[in-house]
Design a protein around this ligand. Structure first.
Ligand SMILES: *Cc1c(COP(=O)(O)O)cnc(C)c1O
Length: 361
């Protein structure tokens, strides 16, 4: 039995021995009293790296995004985002439930919405209209296959939001992947928004944690909301130490993940029946399109069009875990626990799949 290769997400990484040591040895205090030295250190370091006033450490990227929404909107406001945004599709309706906002969803190209699209949604003040108070962008864009949001368009959007008195939030769960791809420092992206969040628990390889950054005043208000949501953690330095270690040691290696994602894409593109949707992948996410059933499940599910699910099942039987993201698309994500051999094995598993003849894309 070959080793299990888990390409479902970059959240599945195990902490390294050095990271575990840093966590075990971390200085701790009660972070609800702002007395955890490791959390304070992490927050200062993140703020310094991104060039923002202040940062708040939170359990998840979802909480970071929701704090950004709650602190920059009022009940009944409208927020603008791309239609496949994580905030819209993968945060369990939190923006509606916790902040009472409605969403205006714009179709993007590989996750990118334009200044003009946003400008057309700003209708001015009228009692009929929900006031638009916040625009959210995603960089890199998860569902678009780790696509980088171009800095120039971000700058134009930020100019518009400032001119019109709106706030701009960047869901930068994978902003370090964007920066690694373009060579543009994370601080340049962070300079084009009011708030930005990012995750330590994705490609950076820490077990837990995300951060929200912005002005000192906004982060102070976010602290209060974090408490309301039950996100005030006590000796949180034990996990912040993993995040700090990730920030100091795991940024440069993201380039390896990107190279391996391209290797996966090239390998799988050469297998009949599959195509790379985001060709070439810019960062660490590969989206594969599949049109046919694997023959091993075709007899059972002849009437089904859930090809992606069946391909994932067949791959899992070959010890390669992948994630169906629609009926016809599957997602593969590279991360710290995927090496060159794992890429070769995963491509090999695709080669052994037999898709129904006459129905391949
Ligand atoms: C993973 C992710 C988040 C946050 O996810 P959590 O699981 O709550 O940490 C937010 N935005 C994007 C784009 C993501 O990929």
């Amino acid at each position: 039995m070959p080793n299990l290769i888990d390409l479902r997400s970059d959240t599945v990484t195990q902490p390294t021995a050095e990271m575990r040591r840093a966590m075990a040895e971390a200085d701790l205090g009660d972070d609800v009293f702002s007395e955890d030295p490791t959390v304070n250190h992490l927050q200062r370091r993140a703020a310094q790296l991104l060039g923002k006033d202040a940062a708040i450490f939170v359990p998840s990227g979802t909480m970071a995004n929701q704090l950004a929404i709650r602190t920059q909107t009022n009940l009944g406001d409208e927020i603008i985002l791309e239609q496949n945004a994580h905030i819209l599709n993968h945060e369990s309706g939190a923006a509606a439930a916790f902040s009472g906002v409605q969403t205006r969803q714009l179709p993007g190209r590989r996750g990118v919405i334009t200044t003009e699209q946003i400008a057309r949604c700003l209708r001015g003040s009228n009692d009929h209209y929900a006031p638009v108070s916040l625009v959210c962008l995603e960089n890199t864009h998860n569902r678009a296959g780790g696509a980088v949001f171009p800095l120039d368009e971000m700058k134009r959007i930020y100019r518009l939001t400032r001119d019109r008195g709106l706030a701009l939030h960047i869901d930068g769960a994978r902003i370090f992947n964007a920066s690694t791809c373009t060579g543009i420092p994370v601080s340049a992206y962070a300079a084009c928004c009011d708030t930005i969040s990012f995750c330590f628990s994705k490609g950076l390889g820490a077990p837990v944690g995300s951060v929200l950054l912005g002005t000192a005043d906004l982060i102070a208000r976010a602290r209060r909301v974090r408490k309301m949501l039950g996100g005030g953690m006590r000796q949180a330095g034990i996990i912040a130490a993993g995040a700090l270690h990730a920030l100091e040691h795991h940024v440069e290696r993201l380039a390896d993940d990107h190279r391996r994602a391209r290797g996966l894409a090239e390998g799988i593109a050469s297998v009949a029946g599959f195509r790379v949707v985001n060709d070439p992948p810019e960062t660490n996410i590969v989206i594969i399109g599949v049109k046919a059933h694997p023959t091993e499940t075709a007899a059972r599910t002849a009437a089904s069009s859930r090809n992606a699910q069946e391909v994932c099942q067949a791959l899992a039987q070959r010890s390669v875990l992948t994630l169906p993201v629609s009926d016809s698309e599957i997602r593969l994500v590279t991360h710290m626990d995927v090496d060159d051999d794992a890429v070769d094995q995963a491509v090999g598993a695709f080669r052994t799949l037999k898709l129904e003849a006459g129905n391949v894309c």
